[in-house]
Design a protein around this ligand. Structure first.
Ligand SMILES: Nc1ncnc2c1ncn2[C@@H]1O[C@H](COP(=O)(O)OP(=O)(O)OP(=O)(O)O)[C@@H](O)[C@H]1O
Length: 533
């Protein structure tokens, strides 16, 4: 069995995941008096102090100064910790990483729209962070190969320099890289100084690459390379940006935090429900692996990833098979070993201690005191002596109705996501409309006509644009109301018969038109532009 050396990395920098986001809502930055005047239903109505001296928006659209992330000191930037990646590299970065403002679109959004028209902040932020992580680049000073068997733009996912990372007895490093084939990112685990004795060592990788399971990180391929100036083994996996290992998520000691004015230690205790969810997902993964005639061979908190809310995936599959190809071992023996490692993992998680198995009795007592008898029975079953009847299927008999709870949760999660997706359904429709506006309005010239966009049907479109976007209140201040814009655009897209009054800019004339008529004007003007294009 592979003896994975696990160093206590409590003092080590965290991995590629970004630091927790500090929500700097701008309401926090304004005083109570200003808040009283703030209209929460008007998405862009800012307190007086953010408007220009004449009561109109200032040039920066009346945004509070702190809402612009680029104006802030890096330490204050939302969700941005410049040191998060820098600490991986021994030499200082020579570029400035511009942070995303995750709240760019929704900071001033009215409460009433919160879950109606837009995906929820949490999910959007999470997805944007993942996308930002994928686009991180490494400094050239690291001297990484430019190209590696169809992969480029390598970025280490572990600190470089300092103590070298080990995978069993081998030095190892994990990189994110982009595939030249399809532009997707993958994760490459490199094992240094590996000498391939026989090509058949890769036969297990072929078997692993055929296995697709929601709780196993898919294996794509493996190859040897001299691109790192040695003979390295590289195994390629699906990328799950911003994933944390179980160790990072639950075992690594957390820094104490201020609570009620006092610095307090943070508990790492995992809720029983979460442990059961993990147990079921890992058992499910092991069953799929065993059914495929393989063995996981490495069930360890540093090699299992949490890739979303309580979503677990076993990683680093196949590497041990290649590394120990010359040692012939019966697969059923290795599968029994998987169950023992799985049992040990439950103890480590419940005791928040990688070394829990060093004091068996203490670990059993701890688990018994803090968790249910059922969980203790499952853990004890897994570490019990191997036998012909001990298999992963038997574990499912023990789990019983908890499987149904997990199924309920999974279905609820799908429903939630479908709900989120629904909120984005109409976005493309409105963007298409806005694009048409953009093509038509203020077009300097069309068919040698310099006043094309101001005359004929286009004049109605111009007035309609004023009606949607350029209304002012009785004090002459811009009415910046997202609800009005969305309502108008939706009615326009539907072409309703509702009539609206469009007023010329000099207020000397007005036109009463239906949305249906405005829609016809836009369609014909856009056709005219696109046919000549
Ligand atoms: N498939 C993957 N997708 C995304 N991130 C991954 C993937 N595999 C590994 N990682 C990330 O790479 C980092 C390094 O992985 P590794 O398996 O070396 O874990 P580790 O915690 O550094 O363990 P060790 O101490 O044994 O080196 C981890 O933070 C992990 O989150």
């Amino acid at each position: 069995m592979l003896n994975t050396s696990i160093s206590d990395s409590s003092s080590e920098p965290s991995s590629a995941s970004l630091p927790p986001l500090e929500h700097l809502s701008f309401q926090e930055a304004i005083d109570e008096h200003q808040l009283e005047q703030y209209d929460p239903y008007n998405p862009y109505s800012y307190p007086e102090s953010y408007a220009g001296h004449n009561g109109q928006s200032s040039e920066d659209d009346g945004q509070p100064p702190s809402a612009n992330p680029y104006d802030l000191h890096p330490d204050q930037m939302m969700g941005y910790d410049g040191t998060a990646m820098d600490m991986y590299y021994p030499t200082p970065m020579t570029f400035t990483r511009q942070p995303l403002n995750y709240h760019l679109y929704t900071l001033p959004r009215p409460e009433a729209l919160a879950h109606k028209y837009f995906i929820s902040d949490d999910i959007r932020e999470e997805l944007q962070k993942r996308s930002e992580t994928v686009h991180t680049t490494a400094p050239a000073s690291l001297g990484l190969p430019d190209e590696l068997q169809g992969y480029h733009s390598l970025v280490p996912l572990e600190p470089v320099g300092g103590e070298r990372r080990k995978f069993g007895n081998w030095y190892s490093m994990v990189y994110r890289a982009t595939s030249s084939n399809d532009g997707s990112t993958f994760v490459l685990r490199r094992i240094e100084n590996f000498r391939l004795m026989q090509q058949t060592a890769f036969s297990s990788i072929e078997a692993w690459s055929r296995l697709r399971h929601p709780n196993v990180i898919s294996v794509h391929e493996a190859f040897t390379t001299r691109a790192f100036n040695d003979s390295s083994l590289v195994v390629v996996y699906d990328d799950h940006p911003n994933a944390q290992t179980l160790y990072e998520a639950h075992i690594k000691p957390k820094a104490p935090q201020f609570q009620n004015g006092r610095l307090q230690a943070q508990s790492n205790r995992i809720a029983e429900r979460t442990v059961w969810s993990y147990v079921i997902q890992i058992a499910n993964a092991i069953k799929a692996v065993h059914d495929a005639g393989l063995a996981v061979r490495l069930i360890d908190p540093t090699k299992i990833l949490v890739t979303g809310k309580n979503r677990i995936r076993i990683g680093s599959c196949g590497v041990v098979d290649v590394l120990t190809h010359d040692v012939q071992t019966d697969v059923s023996f290795l599968q029994q070993d998987d169950l023992t490692m799985f049992g040990a993992l439950i103890f480590m998680l419940c005791c928040n201690n990688l070394a829990a198995m060093n004091n068996m009795q203490k670990a059993i007592d701890h688990l018994g005191r803090n968790y249910s008898a059922d969980l203790k029975s499952v853990a004890l079953f897994l570490i019990s002596k191997a036998g012909p009847h001990k298999n992963i299927g038997q574990l499912f008999d023990m789990i019983g109705s908890r499987l149904l709870t997990e199924l309920d949760e999974a279905q609820n999660a799908v429903d939630r996501l479908e709900g989120e997706l629904m909120t984005e359904l109409e976005n493309a429709r409105l963007v298409r409309l806005l694009c048409k506006f953009g093509f038509i309005n203020e077009r300097p010239e069309h068919n040698h006509e310099t006043r094309w966009s101001e005359t004929g049907d286009r004049y109605i479109i111009k007035l309609f644009r004023d009606y949607v976007f350029h209304q002012v209140d009785e004090m002459g201040r811009p009415v910046v109301n997202l609800t009005h814009v969305l309502a108008c655009l939706n009615k326009l897209d539907a072409g309703t018969d509702e009539k609206i009054m469009l007023v010329s800019r000099d207020e000397q004339s007005c036109l009463v038109v239906s949305y249906r008529e405005v829609k016809a004007c836009i369609d014909s003007a856009f056709r005219c532009v696109s046919l000549c294009g």
